[in-house]
Structures are given as C-alpha cells and as structure tokens.
Ligand binder design. Structure first.
Ligand code: G3P
Length: 218
C-alpha cells in the first residue's frame, strides 16, 4: 500500500520524505488555507521535494472552470494530480482530463455508487473519506471494502482506491487489510504508526540487562 501524506505544510513533508515513507502528497483547499501560503508556490515546492503524485484541488464548481484550473495546476509539475470533487460537473471534468491524459484524484467520495461513477469517468484515484463517514455514525472502512469488491469485479475499472480522511492508526491497518491502493495519512498519524508501549518497555529492559554486562560493542 502506498503512503501519501495529507498536508500542505512544507516542513512536515521535508521531515517525512527523508524517511523514504512518502510515496505522494494530497492537499485540499482547507489544507492550503491552513498553510497560509499561495497554492501554486506550495504545490511547486512540494513537487521539488516529492517525486510521486501530488494532488492539487480545483476550486471552481462548474465543468469549464474545473478544466481551466486543472490545466493550470497540472502545468506546475508533471507529478501534479488534479483533484476534483465528486459532483456531476466534476465527473464531466474528469472525463476531459482522462482524454487529455492528465491524472485525476476524484475526492469527497462517500458511497460505492459515487466510486463506480468516478471509475467509469476514468479517475486515476478515488478518495473515499472514511473519517468523515465515521463522524456520521457510519463505519467508513466498510466503504473501502465495498469499493474494493466492486472494482475487483471488472477488469476495465482501473481507478486506484486512495483511502482518505484517515483519523487513527487503526484506519491505516484496516484499509491495508482490505487492499486500498493508497492511504493518505496526516503527518501526526504517520508518526504514530511506529509507536507501541511494549516496544518501549522491551527496549528499556534490553538496555538495562546490557548495562549489567559491562560490555561495549564499540
Ligand atoms: O485531504 C482529504 C482528506 O484526507 C481530508 O481529511 O480529516 O479533513 O476529513 P479530513
């Protein structure tokens, strides 16, 4: 499963990219707003750090505007993936980007029928938002399973499942077990993946026992 980092903070991306853990990056208008920086400058800087797919989201809501904005965003760097909302207009724009061979990430997906439409429009990625479904009392991970089952039934559905709105490390485990192609993970949660209290206790005990030997390796 590929790990994308879900942030527009340059320092966070730099920090994690050194660990060879960052296969790509996803941003959205809220993350750009939170960064306080210009979208084009931010996306260009991210693409200088990360060679993998970098999602940049259009903000127009009608088809022609999405296409115009998407072309501008993709022109910033060859690894820019144009992020478009899962609306009728977004699907129309997705069809156009498919024709133009511009990669797309169809976002704000909350149902299997939506994901089926995104795949039929030729989306490169579809982003089901599992955390936001959890917030409504629906088990968001179940949607990943439904989409995986549907996509695997048909050879002509080649869209990759990009599990998004990841809120905890269990989400990462669960979507990986189901077979999501990608998980886009907030930096804080990505760093939490390594932690386990028994690892800390075990290492402490190893080091205490080692100290009692009086030995040194170097
Ligand atoms: O960036 C897309 C998605 O990951 C947003 O997550 O936490 O705002 O629901 P969240």
């Amino acid at each position: 499963m590929k790990f994308f980092v879900d942030t527009a903070e340059i320092d966070e991306i730099k920090d994690l990219s050194g660990m060879n853990l960052v296969d790509g990056v996803t941003t959205n208008p809220s993350l750009i707003a939170k960064s306080g920086n210009d979208i084009k400058e931010t996306i260009k800087k991210i693409c200088e750090i990360v060679s993998g797919p970098v999602s940049a989201e259009v903000t127009a809501t009608e088809t022609s505007g999405m296409i115009e904005e998407g072309k501008i965003l993709h022109s910033l760097s060859p690894n820019v993936v144009v992020k478009i909302p899962l609306t009728w207009e977004g699907l129309e724009a997705c069809n156009k980007f498919t024709e133009l061979k511009i990669p797309t990430n169809v976002t704000l997906c909350f149902s299997a029928p939506q994901a089926l439409l995104a795949a039929k429009a030729g989306a490169t990625y579809v982003s089901p938002f599992i955390g936001r479904l959890d917030d409504t009392g629906i088990n968001g991970v179940d949607l990943i399973g439904e989409i995986r089952e549907i996509y695997d039934n048909y050879d002509d559905l080649n869209t990759m499942i990009l599990a998004a709105s990841i809120r905890n490390i269990n989400h990462v485990t669960q979507v990986a077990m189901i077979g999501a192609d990608v998980a886009t993970i907030p930096p804080k949660i990505l760093k939490e993946l390594v932690k386990h209290p028994l690892t800390d206790v075990g290492l402490s005990n190893f080091l205490n026992d080692w100290a009692s030997t009086g030995q040194k390796i170097k």
